[in-house]
Design a protein around this ligand. Structure first.
Ligand SMILES: CC(C)(COP(=O)(O)OP(=O)(O)OC[C@H]1O[C@@H](n2cnc3c(N)ncnc32)[C@H](O)[C@@H]1OP(=O)(O)O)[C@@H](O)C(=O)NCCC(=O)NCCS
Length: 162
């Protein structure tokens, strides 16, 4: 981790991120990450590099509707770099940006089948739910995107937030 640098993103980072995403997730997800995060949400979108190579990223935004909230759209870590604290570091960079902007609550969602994501968010202190259904004992919101799929909702109140 000491040789890994986390920095704010740039529009030119988008291509490198979408080219690795499907391999890192093991399913096609790159269509779900538009370039706008790397243009309009640069100071809440981060990339992690090790020896100049992309090893992680986080795409987030400050809510326009809820002045005290922020949202993480995607986080990913290179499969060979997982379980070494990089995902947590990316979240800590985002939390610091949230605090600077007076945001006290961070939200994100995941699919009920993504057990790694659920374990990761729980470990980072996120609460699950509310939901209107349950999958494998996990509260989910049914038909979240209007296409039949359920999503797990996460929220975390930031310690030390104003
Ligand atoms: C989720 C993901 C970003 C986690 O990144 P990571 O760098 O491995 O996470 P960290 O090493 O910082 O782990 C943070 C905590 O979560 C826990 N954790 C991480 N992966 C876990 C797993 N598979 N099972 C159980 N706990 C896990 C760690 O033990 C750690 O807890 P600790 O600090 O108390 O020991 C990474 O697994 C990933 O890129 N997955 C594929 C993409 C994805 O599903 N993204 C999330 C949905 S957008």
């Amino acid at each position: 981790m000491t040789d890994t640098v986390i920095r704010e993103s740039d529009p030119s980072d988008h291509g490198a991120v979408v080219r690795v995403m499907d391999a890192w997730w093991g399913v096609e997800v790159s269509d779900l990450l538009p370039k706008l995060f790397f243009i309009h949400f640069r100071d809440t979108t981060f990339v992690a590099e090790k020896n100049g190579q992309l090893v992680g990223f986080l795409c987030g935004l400050l809510s326009q509707t809820f002045a005290d909230e922020a949202y993480i759209h995607f986080v990913g870590v290179h499969p060979e770099e997982r379980r070494r604290g990089l995902g947590r570091s990316l979240y800590e960079h985002f939390f610091a940006a949230c605090r600077r902007h007076g945001r006290t609550t961070v939200r994100c969602i995941t699919t009920p089948g993504n057990k790694t994501s659920i374990a990761f968010h729980r470990r980072l202190g996120f609460q699950l739910g509310p939901g209107n259904g349950e999958v494998d004992g996990i509260p989910v919101t049914l038909d979240y995107n209007g296409q039949g799929g359920s999503r797990v909702l996460f929220s975390k109140r930031l310690a030390g937030a104003r």
